[in-house]
Design a protein around this ligand. Sequence first.
Ligand SMILES: Cc1cc2nc3c(=O)[nH]c(=O)nc-3n(C[C@H](O)[C@H](O)[C@H](O)COP(=O)(O)O)c2cc1C
Length: 361
Amino acid sequence: MEKLFEPVKLGSAELKNRIVFAPTSLGERGTDFYREIAEGGTGLIILPDVAVQPSMLGAPSLDSEKFFPYFREILEICRKEGCEAAPQLFFQEYDLAYVGGLFRQRMSLGGDEVRRRMAENVDGYCDSLTTEQAEEIIALFAEAAVNAQAAGFRIVQIHGDRLLGSFSSALFNHRTDRFRERTAFPAQVVRAVKQAAPGLAVDYKLTVRTEDPALGRGGALIGEVPEFVRALEEAGADSFHVAVANHSNLRDTIPSAAHPLLQGEGCFRRLGEAVLACSTKPVCLVGKIQHRDYAEELLQQGFGLVGLSRQLIADPRWPEKVQQGREDQIRYCIYCNRKCVGSIMKNQPVGCILREETEEK
Ligand SMILES: Cc1cc2nc3c(=O)[nH]c(=O)nc-3n(C[C@H](O)[C@H](O)[C@H](O)COP(=O)(O)O)c2cc1C
């Protein structure tokens, strides 16, 4: 029995199918793009990097009601098509004021020096927070969840990369207080969100890394996955979204076709399988997923959902074409990263070279 277009429940929320638009910063508000994705048949859109504190560059955040009109517009666009949207709640992994200052001085400092100082700040930031500051950040997640519910969302994704990825990783967390237990901070965030907004389904982006070979930097080591899954489920996580996190370096996070280790469809499958083996909740796998048969194979194996980012940028109508048996008409992503990742690096809106080449004007 085919599963791709079967409904699935995340906590109390129901999705019409198993296809997720993985969190993808678009370099703009993206309203028209989300419309295309929703009309194309996707079941859930994760809205990328929604800050729990006021955001620096005016990107939509959920620290207040300020962006409710924007979020409600997105929800209306999505629900018209039977699609859900969920904000990806995050806190940055560096000192925002310090890094903001670096960017303002980038002409005099030079790009390499800005990157070096930023990496240094990321390395030390998790350890530099006092216990009280860490608790205040947890409270910000809870407030943002209340705001998310008030804005009309039924699901939030907790971004297990960024600051939570630092707290989770032995590469960044050398703390001596109770948050030295690397599951403690992420689990407390999930618990606080659940307590503050019990009606919300909580999806957790669990970033997994490996040491041999070295892949990713933030998040749990593959061998630590059972401990993380247990702690996060106990705290109230309703589902998991498995990927790689690299903190300011997108090489392993969004691997191109040329990546020496992450070749081929389902490039994070081994990491996802580690989560699947111990989770009692639906698990969504991302990473170069693009063929119907492959997606279906993952679902038959036990994954609850499949997440697509670049494939849906290349062709937002992927779900509809798959469902109608028009796979020969799909514009298949070639993972060149030129106009999607490339545009983000230049602070420009995300595009796709395939769409530019083939789209009818
Ligand atoms: C342009 C672009 C922006 C992204 N922005 C985010 C983001 O804001 N948050 C996040 O968690 N992941 C982000 N990702 C990572 C994707 O969610 C996904 O994990 C990754 O691209 C692998 O999936 P894919 O092979 O289907 O593209 C981004 C990916 C792309 C291509």
